[in-house]
Design a protein around this ligand. Structure first.
Ligand code: NOJ
Length: 773
């Protein structure tokens, strides 16, 4: 929801009290059942134009601010096909009853909600989940989220967000899987499998919606909603693969993005919605707009008026329109489509195509057979301790150990030298922030903070005391304040000074200091772009002041994007990136700090040294002055060109070695596969997990290829001293790219460099030759 959307919403309240591969692989979208086709035909033949338009109309309903009576007449009259944000099962049943018992054609409503990283149980934010490099974990977590949401009657989630993000200033980087198309594609497919299972109608499953189609993460300057200019080669090679993977995994719906792509708003973009999505990929589900993105076609200077916007969106391929919050049946489709059809500007066939897709989804979800939710099951499903257990495991597996100089971590539980611990920082004891954005329906009181996790772990033998130290806040309010409620009042100047001093005093009198710094949950996410990636407020100043005391300091980051931590990276020995780790976050952080869990997460993004390096990503092209040269200074003469931490970076409490890299067939023909094998050994004294990563570089071809591209990974668990051979297949798919010169997907005869190792700088290398047929 955009700011102005919420502003409009507030006004309304005042008045009423998202390769060749594409062409080669057959889409796995479930086949249409013939009987559903017949049922859709039958229904369509009975519907008036108004009733058809009603099926394309999706409205927000906020239990907190609205009254059922406000929208029941619209449901009864068949003017509403779907509602979002209703999460109260009684209200869901109440509305559904009106639809299936009192409307003329008894078509059930489809209830949607942003189930992004959990529902009642909050899992780590999506960027964190991607840091696990563990698609099976992602699938499992979303399976639980689906169960919990389905328990209240939600049948559709507006997730996964599969936008590639290469600019950490963009607030929504937290909602995706980071910068890489290969990792992004694997994670996207896992999200879809988790939500939908084999069949989104089966118990405990949801219909998934990949978003935001497409290019939203490339907004200029990292500014949310800003225009994206993406050349075809970059679009096909970088931004589209996760979407294609979601389609191949059978995703049932798509959300069109807000922004302009190459001057054509995504919501009116027939190239994206018809040529790519339907013709190239064979997508059979339906497309929903983002909230008010149809109406926004006027704002974009693309459509003349609302009616023109409705015409352009529908004909471009947007089936359902998500309204402006609070805008009762006044959006573009609802107000204009009937007339457009009557005037013949939109043909009956065009209207029917959109309505057909929406009805097909409702039939596939078996909404006609099972419109209601069993309210008596909610508590049992929501209170399943297994969900919390998995949330804790997911958080442990998502954390990335960025630095551990002198093996400061893990801390020792019964260390005789430690009788007092200081837990310091504005994120150390915040239940709200441990969860991350899009946490609207969990029980915030049940979230476990870092302070609580530490207290539970160390027991009463160690004195654990807390001080926030600094107060952090956004300069401008969040669009979600209306839902989540505002923050407590800002500290006065006197209070700021006193709290800063209090934190220093506490640190001075403690044996070890654990600092939890980062961002509030609303500092990343939608409409939460930041001009810099600096640690908000006086957090760096506090960190420096505490480090100056000479106590052992461990830094835990609770945040939704890479932040500027260059000073810490050379002055604080241990840094753990926890992201927003969810309901069980504090327990998981403590498990990792005390070695009850060994960190194994890896960065799904390149970590810049400072804002000045943005955009920075590992898969860039080799340039005039290759980076392999010593004294590499041609990019910037004032700062290094290398990132602080490379993509794929993440340490463990044990050590691993990679050896014996070999290729089963070092020379293959175009179209043939080969296997890459490497031995991974745990060379340390603890059990641990390493993510083996394979990178390739095509040395020459019809277009230049990135210096390295991830093309395989596997998270491997190894006991101390254990060694395993890990195999990866490099097939046509991995060796194909979209050539900006040939303007098509190509696999070319060439020599490829291969690397396998612990991160994107892995030195172990060999070559593969691909020869013509
Ligand atoms: C706007 C956001 O861009 C989208 O991601 C979300 O699903 C909708 N609002 C509904 O909340």
């Amino acid at each position: 929801m955009k700011l102005k959307v919420v502003v409009c919403f507030a006004l309304v309240l005042a008045l009423v009290d998202l390769p060749v591969l594409a062409r080669v692989s057959a889409p796995k979208t479930p086949q249409h059942s013939q009987s559903n086709d017949r049922r859709v035909d039958q229904l369509l033949s009975q519907m008036t134009i108004e009733e058809k338009v009603g099926q394309l109309n999706q409205l927000f309903y906020f239990t907190q601010f609205m009254k059922p009576e406000m929208i029941e007449p619209g449901i009864r009259e068949g003017k509403i096909g779907s509602l979002l944000f209703v999460t109260d099962p009684a209200i869901i049943n109440r509305f559904q009853k009106v639809a299936v018992e009192n409307s003329r054609l008894k078509i059930p409503l489809l209830f949607g909600f942003d189930v992004i990283h959990g529902f009642r149980t909050v899992f780590p934010v999506p960027l964190a989940m991607a840091s696990s490099w563990d698609p099976a974990l992602v699938e499992q977590a979303q399976g639980i989220a689906a169960k919990e949401a389905r328990a209240v009657g939600v049948r559709w989630t507006f997730a996964p967000m599969v936008d590639i993000a290469r600019d950490p200033r963009w607030g929504r980087i937290v909602e995706g899987a980071g910068e890489d198309p290969f990792l992004g594609a694997r994670i996207a497919a896992a999200h879809v499998r988790g939500f939908q299972g084999g069949d989104p109608s089966s118990p405990g499953r949801l219909l998934a919606c990949m978003k935001h189609f497409a290019g939203y993460g490339a907004g200029t300057g990292g500014r949310d909603y800003d225009s994206a200019y993406i050349a075809d080669a970059e679009l096909y090679n970088v931004y589209l693969p996760p979407f294609k993977a979601a389609v191949d995994a059978g995703v049932g719906s798509v959300m069109s993005a807000y922004m302009n792509l190459n001057d054509v708003p995504a919501t009116g973009n027939a190239f994206l919605l018809r040529d790519v999505l339907r013709k190239e990929w064979g997508f059979k589900g339906f497309v929903v707009s983002d909230a008010d993105s149809v109406g926004n076609l006027v704002t974009h200077g693309f459509a003349e008026d609302k009616a023109d916007a409705a015409y352009r969106a529908l004909t471009a391929g947007v089936d359902m329109e998500m309204s402006l919050p609070g805008n009762q049946i006044a959006n573009a489709y609802a107000t204009s489509l009937t007339k457009l059809v009557q005037e013949g500007r939109v043909s009956k066939g065009q209207l029917d195509e959109a309505v057909r897709r929406v009805l097909e989804a409702k039939f596939k979800l078996r909404l006609f057979e099972n419109p209601y939710v069993d309210e008596s099951q909610v508590a049992t499903i929501h209170n399943n301790p297994e969900h919390r257990r998995l949330a804790r495991v997911a958080a442990q597996r998502s954390m990335v150990l960025l630095r551990n100089e002198g093996n400061v971590l893990p801390l020792v539980k019964d260390d005789p030298k430690v009788s007092s611990l200081a837990v310091i920082g504005p994120l150390a004891d915040s239940k709200r922030d441990i969860r991350g954005s899009w946490s609207f329906v969990d029980d915030v009181k049940s979230a476990v903070t870092v302070l609580e996790g530490i207290r539970a772990k160390v027991g009463s033998a160690v004195k654990v005391e807390y001080a926030p130290g600094v107060d952090i806040r956004r300069a401008y309010p969040s669009i979600f304040d209306l839902i989540t409620g505002p923050r407590p009042a800002a500290w006065s100047e006197a209070q700021k000074q006193a709290e800063f001093e209090k934190a220093l005093t506490l640190a001075r009198s403690s044996d070890v200091v654990i600092m939890a710094l980062g961002e509030h949950e609303e500092m990343s996410g939608e409409a939460a772009s930041q001009s810099t990636i600096d640690l908000p407020g006086r957090q760096l100043e506090l960190l420096k002041a505490i480090a100056a005391l000479g106590k052992p300091v461990v830094l835990v980051l609770i945040n939704g994007r890479p932040l500027e931590i260059s000073w810490a990276a050379s002055n604080i020995p241990a840094i753990l990136e926890a992201w927003h780790p969810g309901s069980e976050g504090g327990n998981a952080v403590t498990d990792v700090l005390y070695g009850d869990a060994t960190p194994g997460g890896k960065l799904p993004v390149t970590w810049p040294r400072s804002t000045a390096q943005i955009p920075i990503y590992y898969a860039h092209n080799i340039t005039q002055e290759p980076e392999t040269k010593k004294n590499f200074t041609s990019r910037y003469w004032d700062i290094p060109s290398s990132p602080l931490y490379p993509f794929g970076h993440g340490l463990s409490y044990t050590t691993f070695s990679f050896s014996n890299l070999r290729v089963s067939k070092p020379e293959v023909r175009v179209g043939e596969s080969t296997e890459v094998l490497v031995d991974v050994e745990n060379t340390g004294r603890r059990a641990g997990e390493e993510v083996a990563q394979v990178y390739i570089h095509q040395r020459y071809g019809s277009a230049s290829r990135p210096v390295r591209e991830l093309k395989g990974f596997e998270r491997v668990a190894l006991a101390p001293g254990a060694k395993r051979t890990v195999r990866f297949t490099l097939s046509k798919a991995e060796l194909t790219y979209w050539s900006g010169a040939a303007k098509k997907w190509v696999q070319e005869p060439a020599v490829f460099d291969l690397w396998v190792g612990t991160d994107s700088r892995a030195p172990l290398t060999t070559t593969l030759r691909v020869v013509g047929r």
